[in-house]
Design a protein around this ligand. Sequence first.
Ligand code: UN1
Length: 506
Amino acid sequence: MSAPGQATSLLEQLGVDRAQLQSGDLVVRTPITGEELARVARTDAAATDASIQRAAAAFTAWSDVPGPHRGELVRLLGEELRREKEALGALVTLEVGKIAQEGLGEVQEMIDICDFAVGLSRQLYGRSIASERPGHRLTETWHPLGPIAVISAFNFPVAVWSWNAALALVCGDPVIWKPSERTPLTALACMSLLHRAVERFGGAPTGLAELVIGGADRAVQLADDPRIPLVSATGSTQMGKDLAPRIAARLGRSLLELGGNNAAIVAPSADLDLVVRGVLFSAVGTAGQRCTSLRRLIVHETIADEVVDRLAAAYRSVPVGDPRDPGTLVGPLIGADSFGRLEEAVADARAAGGEVVAGGDRLLADEFPDAWYASPTLVRMPSQSAVVERETFAPLLYVLTYSEPDEAIALQNGVPQGLASSIFTTDLREAERFLASSGSDCGIANVNIGPSGAEIGGAFGGEKETGGGRESGSDAWKAYMRRQTATVNYTNELPLAQGIVFDVPS
Ligand code: UN1
C-alpha cells in the first residue's frame, strides 16, 4: 500500500475523523517518500486561548477527583494503547520515519508510563515531619498544580506527551499539548485514543486534554499564559533559551528537556563486542535523531584503531532504507534541513582536521528524490573542536582518543550539554569513578550500555544546556504538583517556633 493510503487507513482505525485531515493549511508529509499524507488545520491564537480556558475550568473539577480514580482514566488509556500498539507504532513510522521496531518501542514506552502512573495514583506520598513544638504536627501534602502545557519534538512524537500526560493526569492536572508541527497526525491519534478512554471512564471534565497544532508562535503563547503554572518543553537548546525567560518572567515553572551531546568512553578493558553493538544502537539507531543518541566516542588510544576498524565495517553494512521494511535498521532523516546540517557538520569536521572513516553521503536519492536518507557517518577527530561541541541531529559519530582516565572524563564533560553518558569498562574502579560526583556531569550515566534507550522508571533529563528538567519515572511527578506544608496545633498552648517569646503584657 502507498504511504498516503496506509496513513488514511491507520488514522481511521485509530478513530481520527477524516474531516480533520483534509482541508487544513498544514501539509503533513512522510519523510519516507516525501509524499503528502494529510492537510491539518492549525490552531489560531483565539482557539488556543479557548483551549487554555477549557483546561483551566477542567482543573477545578479534575483536581477534586480522588487520585486513584484519576489513575483509572490512565489505566484505560494504557488499555487503548495496548489494543492499538501496532497501528500507532506504524503511524509513528509513517510520520517520522522510525523503523517499525522503534515505532512499536515508542508506543511501549507510553504503555509503560501509563502502568507507572496508575501505581503512582495511589502513592502521591507526602511526609510527616517531626515538629520542634510540643503538641504540634507538621506534614507535607502534594496538591494538583493546574493546567500543564506540553511542547514536544518530532523525534518522540507520542512518548514524550505520554510521559507528561500520564503523570499530569494522575496528579490532577489537565494537559494542553502542542506537538511538533511535523507530527500532528500521531498527536490526533493519541487524542482519539485518550478520548476513547475518557468515554469509557465517564464523567471526566471537558478540557482535560487539549491539542494545539502550530509552531513557535503557539509555543510562545503557552509560555506567556499565567493560567499555565508549568510548561514542559522538549526540543532544541535554542527553543529552551527562547521560552524559559518568558516563563520565568511570569514566575511560572518550566521543565526543560533540551539538546544532548552524549558520549561513551571506551576503556582498555572494555568488551569490544558489546561496544560495537552498543555504539551502533545508540549512534545510528533512530537515524541519530534521539536526544540521547551517541555523538562522541572517547576511546583509549591503545585500542582506538581496532575499535574504529570494527565500527567502520559495521557502519558500512548497516541496512539503510524504507523503515517499513523489516530488514531496515536506519530510516530517513526528518527532512532536507537535517541532511543539510549533517553535510555542514562533516565539512566543519574536515576543516578541523577530521577524517571521515565511513558515511557522510546521501543515499537512495534516485528511488526517493523527495526524501533524505543518510549513510551512517563516522569521523575521527584530532580534538574536541567546536563542531564536536554542537549537537547535530543525524547519525554522525565523532571518535576522539585519550590516554589517562581523567582526560576521558574531562572530554566527556567538556561540552555545553549534559544529558546522557556512558562508559564501557570491566574495571570496577573505572566504572565507579565515572559514576562518582567527580565523574560524568550528566543526568544519565550508564555502564556497559550506550547512552540512549532509557527505561521509563528512572527520572529522564539532564544538566547544563539540556535544561535541568526531569520527566518520566522516579519522583519526577513532583514537578506536576504543588507542595503544601501544614502545621497543626492540637493543644491549648501557643509555643512559637525558634523559641520566640511574644507574650502580651497582662
Ligand atoms: C528523546 O529523544 O527526546 O532514552 C527521548 C531514550 C528514549 C527517550 C528519548 N527512551 O533514548
